[in-house]
Ligand binder design. Sequence first.
Ligand code: DUC
Ligand code: ZN
Ligand code: ZN
Length: 479
Amino acid sequence: MSTHAFELVIRNALVATASDTFMSDIGINNGVIEQMGRRLGPGRREIDAAGRTVTPGGIDSHCHLDQPMAPPTKMADDFDTGTRAAACGGTTMVIPFACQFKGQSLKAAVADYHQRANGKAHVDYAFHLIVSDPTPEVLNNELPELIAQGYSSFKIYMTYDDLKLNDGEILSILDCAKQHNALVMVHAENSDCIEWLTRKLEAAGKTAPRFHAQSRPMLVEREATHRAIALSELIDVPILLVHISGREAVEQIRWARGHGLNIFAETCPQYLFLTADDLGIDDSYLGAKCVCSPPPRDKGNQSVIWDALAEGLFTVFSSDHAPFKYDSPQGKKPDGKEVDFKYIPNGIPGIETRMPLLYSEGVLKGRITLNKFVELTSTNAAKAYGVHPRKGTIAIGADADLVIWDHKPVEIKNSMLHHEPDYTPYEGMELLAWPGITISAGEVVWDGTNFYPRKGQGRFIQCDAPTLLPRRVTASQRD
Ligand code: DUC
Ligand code: ZN
Ligand code: ZN
């Protein structure tokens, strides 16, 4: 019989959850937190965390990995390299998207995405769905069955020709989500305005990467955000607005909340640390590196996003990691060419930098509390996507997914990151901290210097209904 009470004990941790900060040891067996308290029994392996903060592993609830794209474009990260980078940046669960092509069955999209993930992930994962073709079969049969099987969230688009839905289609999807207790994530930008502005810019010869930002001004996000809120109000179902970029959209969300509507929202690092100027580096094609949608705005909008994070307007902080190489015919230079902005693949890498950016610039610089950091990077995502309390907190019975933080100066360089893209938009930024140890299901997967692969050991996690709000019950069920 083993003389060890635990496979792993983390001693003297300053544990932070979304609500509390306290000193504790953490005793781990079989990948699960079995005991917490002071002076726990011995572990086969022990880590002394004295003087260091321990938070729940991050949940990156908006990232794109190996999502099928129209050739020549191809995402640079798959479930192997994407979850490797996630782990080294303190993220222990990812939720990328199984994307339905128009004309495709949703179940076929899910089956294909499982093939892509199978045997590759180093940390646990779940899938959101992207619904681009809400046929009666999808709405009446596929979605209800998939929700019951553990896919309880789906993203819909109000822009992008191959994905966008009209308002009637959006209403049908919201109604389905209401009936089956799922959460709809909305990409809110007005498609017709973007198309019209793009044509005007092209006619004026304004096709460099920096004009991407001018083709999608804040107004187009504000209008679509307002419309999405109205559609959700009409159906009386919560929605989560993704990648909110600045003041005008924040105002819409604040208005909705003020009127008692259950509107949730997400923002991302690019809206705190980049501006539209980053799309115009030297007025050269380099700006393509930061082309994403919605585009980064300006310093004033960055402040609005910081304030809204601190105040609790945002529910989750995700990366929207959409990984393309800059100098690649499959990436930002389709077929090897410097193309007009409208043909540049949208998205930037950020799965590894998301947690350290917010910890350093948010917590250590006094903009948000440590508990707010935990809520935004882990706990609320676990609740929104139905994996709490197994994920998203540090508690007896929860998965042992943890980050032990090192407070030390770190200059971000792409060469130290573990993703595949050949750049990071945050090159040269100086941070005050980095994950010193990441633990996934009780195993050290990153020790601050080395990555310890767990390829194929990352598990597919079925998602239950969201628990951000009390469960809806009818009057007869209540009485
Ligand atoms: N915008 C999206 O909506 N998804 C991926 C990347 C991006 O820029
Ligand atoms: Zn989007
Ligand atoms: Zn996205």
